[in-house]
Write a protein that binds this ligand. Sequence first.
Ligand code: CTP
Ligand code: MG
Length: 210
Amino acid sequence: MAVALIVAAGSGERLGAGRPKAFVSLAGRPMLAWSLDAIRAAGISEIVVALPPTEDAPSGTVGVPGGATRSESVRAALAAAPPGDVVVHDAARPLVTPDAFTATLAALADADCAIAAAPVPDTIKEAGEDRFVSATLDRSRLWAIQTPQAFRADVLRKALAAGEDVLAQATDDAWLVERAGGTVRVVESPAANFKVTTPHDLALADSLLC
Ligand code: CTP
Ligand code: MG
C-alpha cells in the first residue's frame, strides 16, 4: 500500500496572491483539491499534507506543519506517514493525472526512486556569466523533472537525513537519493503537468481546468 505526501506549505511568493499558493482558488476550488482528486483516483487513500500555519488539512487527509524549506516539509510529512512506498507530490502541480502516480509507483520495481519527467523540447545551451555559450547539450538525454516522485520509504528517510544546508539546496527529493548513491529512473510525463509558479501559470491552469 502506498502513501502520498503532498507538500503544500509554501507561501507562494512568486505568485503573490496574498495567501499560500496551494490554497489559492483555481477553477473554483483550492489548488490542492485538484491533486487530491488525482491521488484518490489512482487508488491511494493514505494522504499526508504538509501545511502552512494558516490552513487546515482537507478532510480525509492527515495534516502536519510544513518546514522552512520544501525538503523539510517532505521530511515532516514522511514522519507522519504509515509504512509503505511513498509518493511525493507538489500541490503546485494541479494538472497531474492519476496515471502519473501509478506509473511512478510501478517503476519502483527496479529502482530506489522513480520520477515523473517531460522530454525537453527546446535546445539547451550552457553559457558563462559573460553570456558566451560554452556548450550545446544533447537534448535527447535531457528531462525536465516534475512530481510525483516515488520512493521506497527507507530510501527517502535516509536521503532526507542529510544536513539542513544540503536540504536547503535540494530542488527535488530525487537529487537527495542520487547523492546518497541510490538509483533513480525517469517516467515520461506530459509537459502539461507544469508547476504553477507565476500569475501567468495560474491563468493557464485555470483555462485548462475550467
Ligand atoms: N513547499 C512546502 N514547504 C516549503 C516550501 C515549498 O511544502 N517550505 C511546497 C509548495 O507548497 C509547493 C512545492 O513545495 O507545493 C513547490 O514549491 P514552490 O513552487 O517553490 O512553491 P512556493 O515555495 O510556495 O512558491 P515560492 O517559491 O514562489 O514562494
Ligand atoms: Mg519555493
